[in-house]
Design a protein. Structure first.
Length: 331
């Protein structure tokens, strides 16, 4: 990280899927890391994770909400704040309907106001959902954000994240807030749990159990899966090199694939004889479930401005996920 003393870094949601990998990477760069997480969506065993890290002298944590943490009379001073804390997942968000906007905005303002007061650099991790599908799935930072006419819980999540982005960007124009935004695309890899409704770990668990792989609809939905360690690297690069008040797509266009093709690749990697079953997801998750639009990223801005290059292809991402789940380390 440079300098003679380690940077002091706060990671909200640091025990989550992306956050835990980011914490690992920050420690490798010799930072002192404090995690704030209420464990609502955490997919890991904290004690085992901390033991694995082996950097107990440089890791501390508070198990509480972001709002609770910043409500302290005298919160610690950090050089950088990575804001990842959020409800997450196409299924995981359903039970929070009507409250996602409130919690997301409250947390976003708490983080931004802290960073403004303490002159800390801020990286807000948003979502590719803000694009609403982009241009037939293709999403560039230059594109308009699309708000579909049908109101859904998934839309509340997207609008909440977009609202925080806009507020933070505007704050950089009228205050000294030093903030930038990351929009991840379909992050996958070790530690991801199927509990939030994520497709790759769901397919893997089904394949390993010899159960049918449940493909929603006709399986033609387009995604571009990005390894979680590539995303964590991109988030750090955004903090370091990203322009103040700008947003960066973080996704691997080379891993573009349909969901049906993904299911077939999982069967190939696992050697499973499971069948593929085409289902209506609403029969599994209820009428509030909504599938995402096609989406894959234009990642040129991150590559050109940050020097970011995704390292993991889709095959290695699937293989690492299979190994992690096969070892029984996921719920």
């Amino acid at each position: 990280m440079g300098g003679t003393s380690a940077k002091s870094v706060l990671v909200t949601g640091g025990f989550g899927f992306i956050g835990s990998h980011l914490v690992e990477l920050l420690l490798k760069k010799h930072a002192r890391v404090h995690v704030v997480d209420n464990l609502v969506t955490s997919p890991i065993d904290i004690s085992g994770y901390l033991e694995q890290l082996g950097h107990s002298d440089r890791v501390s944590y508070d198990l509480c909400t972001v709002k609770e943490f910043f409500s302290q009379n005298d919160p610690p001073v950090f050089d950088e704040v990575y804001h990842l804390a959020s409800v997450v997942g196409p299924v995981g968000v359903l039970k929070h309907g009507g409250r996602i906007l409130q919690s997301t905005v409250d947390d976003g303002y708490a983080v931004a106001e802290y960073c403004l007061k303490e002159k800390a650099k801020l990286c807000d991790v948003s979502t590719s959902e803000v694009y609403g599908g982009g241009r037939d799935g293709y999403c560039s930072e230059k594109d308009s954000m699309i708000i579909p006419p049908k109101v859904s819980i998934r839309l509340e999540y997207a609008v909440a994240k977009l609202g925080c982005e806009v507020a933070m960007m505007n704050m950089t124009k009228v205050t000294e807030l030093d903030a930038r935004i990351v929009r991840p695309f379909n992050v996958a890899g070790p530690r991801q749990s199927p509990m939030g409704g994520f497709v790759l770990p769901r397919f893997i668990k089904q394949a390993l159990a010899g159960e049918p792989l449940t493909v929603y609809g006709d399986g033609r939905m387009i995604r571009a899966f990005t390894h979680v360690r590539d995303v964590a690297d991109g988030i750090m690069r955004t903090m370091c090199c990203g322009r103040r008040g700008e947003a960066y797509n973080m996704g691997n266009p080379a891993n573009k694939i349909t969901i049906l093709e993904l299911a077939k690749k999982v069967l190939e990697v696992t050697g499973s004889r499971s069948e593929i079953s085409f289902v209506d997801p609403k029969t599994l998750w209820g009428p509030l479930f909504e599938e995402a639009n096609d989406k894959y990223p234009d990642a040129d801005r991150a590559m050109n401005e940050l020097g970011w290059r995704p390292f993991y292809d889709l095959h290695s991402t699937i293989c690492e996920s299979v190994e992690y789940i096969r070892d029984g380390r996921v719920n």
